[in-house]
Design a protein around this ligand. Structure first.
Ligand SMILES: [Zn+2]
Length: 453
């Protein structure tokens, strides 16, 4: 390990109680974007910590939770962007918590708190890594920008407007992005992209009211209309049948395919978590991962129609509706997919099916060959003496596109959370050691990128 880095790692070891206390302090402040509870106090706490680091913080009002920005000049002209969020999910059901969700109690080396693994841990580890480096060396190896929002848990409604209004502030060589797991005992995991999303609701309406089902012989059925329309969207092999749906999809590069070999995806464990016997087509290995990461989806989230209560009721529903999410990949624009869906339904004679669009966002995949990505991969190898698991994209969605789609700046997630950390659920928790490790990772990646040729 480089001597300059080692000194910082030693400093972290000697001051870890201080850093854990800071995380606890952050977790004790509620910050719920959905109700606004504690958002003002939390954003002020974030601003004050950035002030202590000399990051000249600026607080931007957004119409929702404020955006907190700060920057520090370092020894080189390379720049890291740290994107995290200070808001958390609601705590209910409260009675399923074993501790007060805002007490941040430590039990057997594990901190229990809402937000401790999503994403106050990430945010605080950036602050601690920068603090430790400054305390030891008086400066930083590179420039850093802190880009902290407070609405991630409600879909980041003001992130894209912020990025468009402040293109200079979001400019950097690479983002360290919120989120990411590291399973206990497993290798460090890096995720370099996310899928996009289009969320729609389809409505079939024949009548404003339900009818006696004897009229099914002579009356059109809203439910059958909807089912028949849905049946045109996808074939039995899973191919999505909307004309143009797959057009323009960015091909998977050799480097992205190669990265699959480092993946630690545990097929049997995931099947158990999902409660299924087999994956689609009984796929496994590289085929399975190619689907998980690089295939777009058309998923029915829910269908609503008619009588669903106990026993029987002979009824002909006047209305039926369903919610669909499409997970999209780079090259697919949610607005375009929405147009194609409309054209598809019209072409198949379903002009009467109404579409309501709930949300959409673009996918983003960073180039694993980008110098920033290579530096992060290399620093993980050095710190842990093993090859990290590199995922070129998550199967899920995060608002990376707001900062990365137009700029094409690479972004990487590496977190200390795990599949069992209960994020968004009762008893969210994080091991103290995983938190300290994350501070160490942030230190080594800053150094590695700063000194890279
Ligand atoms: Zn979350």
């Amino acid at each position: 390990m480089d001597e300059r880095v080692q000194k910082v790692l030693d400093y972290i070891e000697a001051h870890k109680d201080e850093y854990v206390a800071l995380l606890q302090r952050f977790c004790r402040q509620p910050s719920l974007a959905n109700t606004g509870e504690g958002i003002a106090e939390m954003s002020e706490m974030v601003r004050a910590e950035l002030e202590k680091l000399g990051a000249n913080p600026q607080v931007f009002e957004t119409g929702g939770s404020p955006f907190v920005y700060g920057e520090i000049k370092g020894e080189t002209d390379r720049t890291f962007g740290f994107y995290d969020h200070y808001d958390v999910q609601p705590v209910d059901p409260l009675n399923e918590w074993h501790t007060d969700p805002f007490a941040a109690e430590i039990i057997d080396g594990v901190i229990y708190a809402r937000g401790v693994a999503d994403n106050k841990d990430g945010l605080v580890t950036r602050l601690c890594a920068v603090d430790a480096w400054q305390k030891v060396h008086g400066t930083l190896p590179l420039n850093v920008k802190f880009l902290f929002e407070g609405e991630e848990e409600i879909g980041s409604p003001h992130l894209l407007p912020f990025a468009e209004a402040h293109p200079d502030l979001i400019q950097c060589d690479g983002y360290v992005w919120e989120g990411g797991n590291r399973e206990p005992g497993g290798p460090a995991e890096l995720t370099m992209g996310v899928k996009g999303l289009l969320y729609v609701e389809l409505y079939s309406t024949v009548s404003e009211k339900d009818a006696h089902s004897m009229y099914a012989a002579i009356t059109p059925s809203a439910t059958w209309r909807l089912v028949q329309a849905l049946n045109t969207l996808k074939d039995r092999d899973g191919k999505i049948l909307i004309d143009g749906f797959y057009d323009g999809i960015k091909p998977v590069s050799q480097a992205e395919k190669d990265a699959l070999k480092t993946d630690v995806f545990n097929e049997s464990a995931v099947k158990e978590i999902l409660g299924i016997e087999k994956f689609i087509g009984d796929a496994h290995g590289e085929d399975l991962l190619m689907s998980l990461y690089y295939k777009p989806t058309c998923n029915i989230c829910g269908i609503t129609a008619g009588y669903q209560g106990e026993g029987s009721k002979t009824v002909l529903p006047g209305k039926a509706s369903c919610k669909i999410d499409f997970r999209l990949v780079p090259g697919q624009d949610p607005n375009r997919i929405l147009e194609l869906l409309r054209a598809h339904l019209d072409k198949h004679g379903f002009e009467d099916i109404k579409i309501e669009c709930h949300s959409g966002c673009l996918a983003h995949r960073s180039d694993p060959e980008a110098p920033f990505c290579k530096a992060v991969i290399r620093s993980m190898k050095k710190l842990f003496n093993e090859q990290p698991c590199v995922q070129c994209t998550s199967g899920g969605t995060s608002p990376m596109y707001a900062f990365c789609a137009k700029t094409n700046i690479p972004a990487i997630m590496f977190g200390s959370s795990s599949e069992s950390a209960n994020i968004h659920a009762p008893n969210e928790h994080l091991a103290v050691n995983a938190f300290i490790d994350m501070i160490r990772i942030n230190v080594t990646v800053m150094h590695e990128f700063a000194v890279q040729e």
